[in-house]
Design a protein around this ligand. Structure first.
Ligand code: NAD
Length: 486
């Protein structure tokens, strides 16, 4: 990509602003371009455009017409598929094959999936006999909230943004989106697609910028925003919730995790090793669902540690387009400093470093990138900070366990509650254990496999509410009950 200036998209037009910030490649520190930063004025304009669209042509779209529009957006992304892949790779440094098969593919699928859902969505209907003997019926209609603010993180930029934009538009809302300052590119391309396929002006707006005292905060504090949906850190979720309390706005939060993988001695050993390798190191560990705590039943513990170490040491780290590359850089040098801080803390807390624990050396431009080695620890106490806090890097700790009760207690002893994965051939045990884990999602003999119709979200610090399938339609719409006495 040549040097670019990424602009906001407000009321159907691309607009700039005087303040800008750098868009930098995490692979080699190269400057990719500049991004406009929205101040209060640009955020006001975007929210007002969104509110105005609720009284314009967008408001007259039927559910079927909105579904058709979502399909056209999906077609539009597919037409520019490789541009989206390049944008995602440039911002994040991830392997090209991952951007193709996961990020951009899921972006398309999100729009198609919610197009199908909103076509099928019905309401509720009840009949009752009233005191005067007439048959009264009540039914529900779905209406948009109005203006929905969508704030997304950098780890799966297009996937997580479209996961919210698609159902919000499907339900007839207008949206103002603010992507992460670290990943502004694919969201800007999405705005171009919205423009190309004729999304009515004001229905989709994009503002760039940071969180505190910038676009994110201005947006969540704006009184004309009716609902806020956010994916990111738990602490940011608390801040946004305080902003949303003013005006009693609805929120939906998908937040951090400190997820466990539990490997029972009766598992398919090779499948479990491959599964935990994926769940710990996919996207350089920068997926909210990644496992950072691995518990292995004692009879296979030593063998499992050795096999995971061998697997981690075979992972190829490098440029996004290198042949056979498994892991790219982290998102930024700032984030690498945080991850390396945990690598150091773990040693201070008494961890044995089974593999990794540092920065790979390449002897070329990649040495200026934000790379870290895939890392495995053992020997930490359950109350160590590295066992309690989310690192969000390619790292896991492996501990042995002796019984179901013990491992359940240790898995649940967390401030987070997003996801867990179990590896066992005993499905009876899998059912018994799964329902007692306090998380939003449990995988058995797999990880990251999502049926988009199922509810998704977290317990405790990991989130508030559920999205996915009809749960998304419920969050993005207001239900009105109409009671008729004929
Ligand atoms: P972050 O909270 O730092 O930032 C997320 C977004 O919020 C960015 O767009 C940022 O600019 C904005 N923001 C920051 N402060 C704000 C404020 N005060 N007001 C309004 N907006 C603000 O998170 P991140 O570092 O970008 O993302 C990583 C985190 O996201 C991890 O904790 C990860 O677990 C979590 N995550 C959760 C899920 C999930 O589905 N549960 C999915 C992906 C990532």
């Amino acid at each position: 990509m040549s040097h670019h200036l990424l602009r906001h998209y407000i009321a159907g037009a691309f607009v700039g602003s005087s303040r800008t910030f750098d868009n930098v490649s995490p692979v080699d520190g190269r400057l990719l371009g500049q991004v406009c930063e929205a101040g209060q004025a640009e955020v006001n304009a975007a929210v007002e455009a969104a509110a105005a669209a609720q009284n314009g042509p967008w408001a007259r779209f039927s559910a079927a017409q909105r579904a058709d529009l979502l399909e056209r957006i999906a077609d539009g992304i597919e037409r520019r598929f490789e541009d989206f892949v390049a944008a995602e790779v440039a911002d994040t440094g991830r392997p090209v094959h991952q951007a193709r098969s996961l990020d951009v593919a899921r972006g398309v699928q999100n729009f198609r999936s919610f197009a199908g859902l909103v076509r099928q969505a019905g309401g509720e209907f009840f009949e009752m006999r009233s005191g005067d003997g007439s048959d009264v019926f009540s039914y529900t209609v779905r209406k948009p909230h109005g203006v929905v603010a969508i704030i997304s993180p950098w780890n799966l930029p297009l996937l997580l943004l479209t996961w919210k934009v698609a159902p919000a538009l499907a339900c007839g809302n207008s949206v103002v989106v603010k992507p992460s300052e670290d990943t502004p590119s694919s969201a800007t391309l999405l705005a171009e697609v919205m423009h190309e396929v004729g999304v009515p002006a004001g229905a989709f707006n994009l503002v760039h910028g940071f969180g505190p005292n910038s676009a994110g905060e201005f947006l969540t504090r704006h009184p004309r925003v009716d609902a806020i949906t956010f994916t990111g850190e738990s602490r940011t979720g608390s801040t946004i919730m305080r902003a949303a309390a003013e005006g009693v706005r609805e929120v939906s939060f998908e937040l951090g995790g400190k997820n466990a993988a539990v490997v029972f001695a009766d598992c398919d050993f090779d499948a479990a090793v491959a599964g935990v390798l994926r769940s710990s190191f996919t996207n350089s560990g920068q997926v909210c669902l990644c496992s950072e705590r691995v518990y292995v039943e004692r009879p296979i513990y030593e063998r499992f540690v050795a096999a995971l170490k061998a697997g981690a040491e075979k992972l190829k780290i490098g440029y996004p387009d290198e042949d056979g590359v498994n892991m790219g850089s982290l998102i930024s040098h700032k984030h690498r400093d945080k991850v390396l801080g945990y690598f150091q803390l773990a040693v201070e807390e008494g961890a044995s470093v089974v593999t990794g624990g540092g920065v790979p050396r390449f002897g070329d431009a990649r040495d200026k990138g934000a790379f870290v080695q895939p890392t495995i620890w053992t020997g930490l106490a359950d109350d160590a900070r590295c066992m309690r806090e989310e690192v969000f890097g390619p790292v896991c700790h492996i501990a042995p366990f002796d019984s179901d009760e013990e491992v359940l207690r240790r898995v649940n002893d967390s401030a987070y509650g997003l996801a867990a994965s179990l590896w066992t051939r005993d499905l009876g045990r899998a059912h018994r254990v799964s329902r007692r884990i306090h998380v939003g999602m449990v995988w058995v003999n797999t990880w990251f496999l999502r049926d988009l119709r199922t509810p998704f979200g977290g317990a405790r610090l990991s989130g508030l509410g559920r999205e996915g399938g009809r749960h998304s339609l419920d969050f993005y719409s207001e239900l009105t009950t109409i009671c008729v006495n004929p």
